[in-house]
Ligand binder design. Structure first.
Ligand code: EPU
Length: 416
């Protein structure tokens, strides 16, 4: 299968943002911490979530995933195994590790797969869990962890890690005693996870600057939870609204979550009007070039780097994007250059010379966010663009071709 985009169409209208994949993933892993039932609302129907749901079923979860709702319960654990064939396309498995050792005392979890965007180490996860008292060995692509009882720890993350923070946080909710985690990541998905865990009875204090203090409990209860909107999807559609004479209103948005992007776009001349949970975007007459660097939240997100690069091909002048989070997150550049972009990579910086006229070609998506940037490239390009390997897109964007078609795009799924 591939995605065929007949480019050059004006986009206008309202697009509604789905729930956040990267909030729903750890929240589904948190289900392991209790034997009670859970109900989640606003869960995006994307492949990475389906993978996580399957991995939970494999260890004993009962439930259903219908119409963006998940009802799930793990009354007793059937197995401590998270097999490679279920989780190889996603990083979901690593989020299961902490909660599974905490509840079960044993976990055999496949080393995480996911986007090939550079070294994606898990040493902080393992350091923290070992400090809590788990014995961990890595054998034949599996993390094998045992523990009689996890204990509270003091741990300072050497660098900010989103899933690292989530993993240790979840494990600490069932560990004996107090945990003090410093230099934790500050992404909104972590705050949403904290809200869920607190509603389950966990005792968590979130202080300023990434300090988390967790008092472990012996049991946690079930909960009902609505997942926050996806800030990366939000940002992607705001970027889509920033070229041609598009007129997009992004609905179910939390503008605060993408402040860094909105500031960059304002500097590019894009007109942004915020009305509560709506962001109205009107493109600049001439898009101005900018220099941007990716940083942990609240800085400019690495997950929007590729999409902004596509837009910058339309800016008059030279822009630079420095990628500071992942060391191989430039796979979209070659594909955008096939469409006619003029982008050079120097070290960890992409240098984008614009404005370039893009023309449809056959290109291939390599990772989730890169595929969104290629779709945006196809919307800008004249003629037909074919994006191969659309699975990458469907891992994390709910109904993106359908949502864009509703705004006036001409996108089809084709057999290839
Ligand atoms: N790092 C380490 N050791 C660790 C953990 C991380 O050195 O133990 C390094 C990584 O190699 C990387 C940096 O720290 O250089 C940040 O990695 P982080 O752990 O924060 O990334 P992640 O938790 O694996 C999550 C998102 C990613 C997103 C990043 C950064 C989920 C499931 N994934 O990944 O989302 O890019 O945070 O914000 O939450 C995506 O949705 O497309 C995606 C890739």
């Amino acid at each position: 299968m591939a995605i065929a985009i007949n480019g050059g169409k004006k986009l206008s209208g309202i697009v509604k943002i789905s729930g956040a994949k990267n909030a729903a993933l750890p929240e589904l892993a948190a289900v392991i911490l209790s034997s009670d039932g859970f109900e989640f609302e606003g869960v995006p129907e994307v492949e990475d979530i389906k993978v996580m749901f399957k991995a939970l079923e494999n260890i004993g979860a009962e439930g259903e995933f219908v119409s963006n709702r998940i009802k799930v319960k793990i009354p007793s654990l059937k197995s401590g195994l998270v097999p490679r064939d279920i989780v190889e396309t996603s990083r979901a498995s690593i989020l299961i590790l902490g909660p599974l050792i905490a509840r079960n005392g044993y976990a055999k979890v496949s080393l995480p797969g996911g986007c090939p965007i550079g070294d994606r180490k898990i040493d902080f996860h393992l350091q923290g869990l070992r400090k809590m008292g788990a014995t961990i060995n890595i054998k034949n692509g599996y993390i094998i962890a045992n523990s009689d009882k996890l204990c509270g720890i003091e741990y300072t993350f050497p660098n900010k890690s989103v899933t690292g923070t989530e993993n240790l946080l979840m494990a600490a909710t069932l560990a004996e005693g107090e945990s003090v985690l410093t230099n934790c990541a500050l992404e909104p998905e972590i705050s949403d996870l904290i809200n869920l865990l607190s509603s389950m009875g966990a005792d968590i204090k979130q202080e300023e600057n990434g300090l988390l203090i967790i008092k472990g409990k012996t049991t946690l209860k079930g909960s009902k939870h609505k997942v926050i909107p996806d800030r990366i999807e939000m940002g992607t559609y705001v970027i889509a609204g920033s070229f041609f004479d598009n007129e997009i209103i992004v609905e179910n948005a939390i503008p605060e979550y993408i402040k860094s992007l909105l500031n960059v776009l304002k500097n590019m001349g894009v007109k942004i009007v915020i009305d509560k949970n709506r962001i109205k975007v009107n493109p600049a007459e001439d898009i101005l070039p900018v220099d941007v660097e990716t940083k942990p939240y609240p800085g400019f997100p690495t997950d929007l780097q590729a999409q902004l690069t596509t837009l910058l091909t339309q800016a008059k002048g030279v822009s630079r994007i420095q990628e500071n989070i992942f060391n191989k997150r430039f796979k979209h550049i070659n594909e955008l250059n096939k469409l006619g972009a003029n982008i050079e990579i120097k070290g960890n910086t992409a240098i984008i010379k614009g404005k370039t006229e893009l023309r449809g070609k056959v290109i291939k998506s390599t990772d989730l966010r890169a595929s969104a940037s290629l779709l945006l490239g196809g919307l800008i390009a004249k003629g037909e663009t074919i994006v191969e390997n659309p699975y990458q897109l469907f891992r994390g964007y709910e109904n993106m071709p359908e949502k864009l078609n509703q705004l006036g795009a001409d996108i089809k799924l084709i057999k290839r």
